[in-house]
Design a protein around this ligand. Structure first.
Ligand code: IPM
Ligand code: MG
Length: 361
């Protein structure tokens, strides 16, 4: 198979971790007889430095021509980087929001898994973490508060800022369908998270999710209020299979879930449209404080590449091989500094990439 991949290395540790993910992808392609072509694209701070804007039409067009996009991370230190002296719509993050919208990437999948080998990193008490957990957060990514009308004004000398939270039923239905489809391939449970005791958008969300659920009789649906969900994630994370939620709630809950795993450097993500196209990126940020030091953990990016093989190319065997490589390297005791524990062997970003690639044969 020919895989036409656009790469956005981005800022901070982005270029380092994308290099290692490519290494693993190349080895996978070699072993399984595929051919990969990469097109490197600029976005975020790297694009600002060259073009003055975080996302160009050219990057969007080239991304659209590819089968999938592999991204590192974007953004810099918000207190010291000159990028954050620019107007909000010219900062690195604006590029990320704009490409999500331009590519219609409405479904954001963020798995949060407790790896046996890293169970000690989980900050929860043993009697809770002992049950393990493996959940998929399905976050709506192109609607809600992030993309509603916003402005800042003055009324009678009083400053006022407005952000609007809007969803129509089509936007809710398409992410719900994806959520139920994914649940069918997992443990067949969907927890739809909303704030239906207060928000109209959440009441519509709940109704539409219930309509969609009728076509999935095998899937158990439950509704949970977002504040309760925030609690349940630390009280009993094992109860969750698929968490289906709107953009802002998903942003917050996915950070919480990643913290509960104790190893954010391990968490992948996929952002999909309604075809096979997707943008794949680690859930963590660009970590400008450790950029260029060679100590970043490339595993989240490697696992994002595995999601790409699975969701954009239907290469399940190859995706399994990459995921097993991660498990094996962890089992052998190799760790980057962020997940280091006693008795293990600490390795850098490049060495971790080499070890992962070596496992695929
Ligand atoms: C994320 C990030 C982004 C978001 C930021 C960088 C705009 O936090 O992908 O979760 O809020 O969506
Ligand atoms: Mg976030």
């Amino acid at each position: 198979m020919k895989l036409n991949i656009a790469c956005i290395p981005g800022d901070g540790i982005g270029p380092e971790i994308v290099t290692e993910a490519k290494k693993v992808l190349n080895q996978t392609a070699k072993v399984y007889g595929h051919e990969i072509s990469y097109t490197d694209l600029l976005m975020g701070g790297a694009s600002i430095d060259v073009h003055g804007v975080p996302l160009t039409e050219e990057t969007v067009e080239k991304a659209k021509e590819a089968d999938a996009v592999l991204m590192g991370s974007i953004g810099g230190d918000t207190t010291t980087s000159p990028w954050y002296k620019l107007a909000p719509q010219l900062r690195p993050e604006a590029g990320l929001l704009a490409i999500r919208k331009a590519l219609n990437l409405f479904a954001n999948l963020r798995p949060a898994v407790l790896y046996d080998e890293l169970a000690d990193a989980c900050p929860l008490k043993k009697d809770i973490s002992g049950a393990g957990f493996d959940m998929m957060i399905m976050r709506e990514l192109t609607g809600g508060l992030y993309f509603g009308e916003r402005y800042t004004t003055q009324e009678n000398g009083v400053r006022k800022a407005v952000d609007t939270l809007t969803y129509n039923e089509n936007e809710i239905r398409r992410i719900a369908l994806k959520g139920f489809d994914i649940a069918m391939k997992r443990r067949k449970k969907v927890t739809s998270v909303d704030k239906a005791n207060v928000l109209d958008s959440s009441r519509l969300w709940r109704k539409v999710v219930e309509e969609v659920a009728k076509d999935y009789p095998e899937v158990t649906l439950e509704h949970m209020l977002v504040d309760n969900c925030a609690m349940q994630l630390v009280k009993n994370p094992a109860q969750f299979d698929v968490i289906l939620t709107e953009n802002m709630f998903g942003d917050i809950l996915s950070d919480e879930a990643s913290m509960v795993t104790g190893s954010i450097g391990m968490l992948a993500s996929a952002s999909l449209n309604d075809s096979k196209f997707g943008l794949y990126e680690p859930s963590h940020g660009s970590a400008p404080d450790i950029a260029g030091k060679g100590i970043a953990n490339p595993i989240a990016t490697v696992l994002s590449a595995a999601m790409m093989l699975r969701f954009s190319f239907d290469l399940d065997k190859e995706a399994d091989a990459v995921e097993n490589a991660v498990k094996n390297v962890l089992k052998k005791g190799y760790r980057t500094v962020d997940i280091m524990s006693e008795g293990c062997r600490q390795v850098g970003c490049k060495e971790m990439g080499d070890l992962l690639a070596d496992e695929i044969n």
